[in-house]
Design a binder for this molecule. Structure first.
Ligand code: FE2
Ligand code: FE2
Length: 137
């Protein structure tokens, strides 16, 4: 697909099927977002994609944070702070799309997309050794 930012690779796996499925869903939405960043997509369509991303984001972060609760993952407070900041950033972008019709949001979409790539391929990898010990499928 033209404009695809990230292609799922098996080595992105964090060893917990539910988390991998959530990451795959997020990668799909991020690719849609990245592909439409410079197109003349209508605001309504963009809003709907961002809302989907927001719901996936909040659900996914909660899931990860519940798993952290049952591990001694040393970096969980810092990781949670990254999640909190991202939820705020997504909400802020949605607010701009909803209210400021003339504002060019493409830099924000690029920023959001890159954040996700970095998070899944960076920060999330640090908890693998902890969450896999929980023995979830
Ligand atoms: Fe994640
Ligand atoms: Fe995370």
């Amino acid at each position: 697909m033209h404009g695809t930012l990230i292609r799922w690779r098996d080595d992105f796996s964090v060893g917990v099927a539910a988390l991998d499925e959530q990451h795959k869903q997020i990668v799909d939405v991020v690719n849609v977002l990245y592909a439409i960043k410079t197109g003349n997509t209508g605001r309504k369509e963009l809003y709907d994609v961002l809302m989907r991303l927001r719901i996936f984001t909040e659900t996914h972060f909660r899931y990860e944070e519940v798993l952290f609760k049952y591990t001694n993952f040393h970096d969980r407070d810092a990781h949670r702070a990254l999640h909190t900041a991202m939820i705020a950033e997504t909400a802020r972008t949605l607010g701009i799309v909803e209210n400021a019709v003339d504002t060019d949001v493409s830099p924000l979409l690029v920023q959001l997309s890159h954040w996700w790539v970095d998070h899944i391929t960076g920060a999330d990898r640090k908890y693998i050794g902890y969450v896999t010990k929980l023995g979830l499928p």
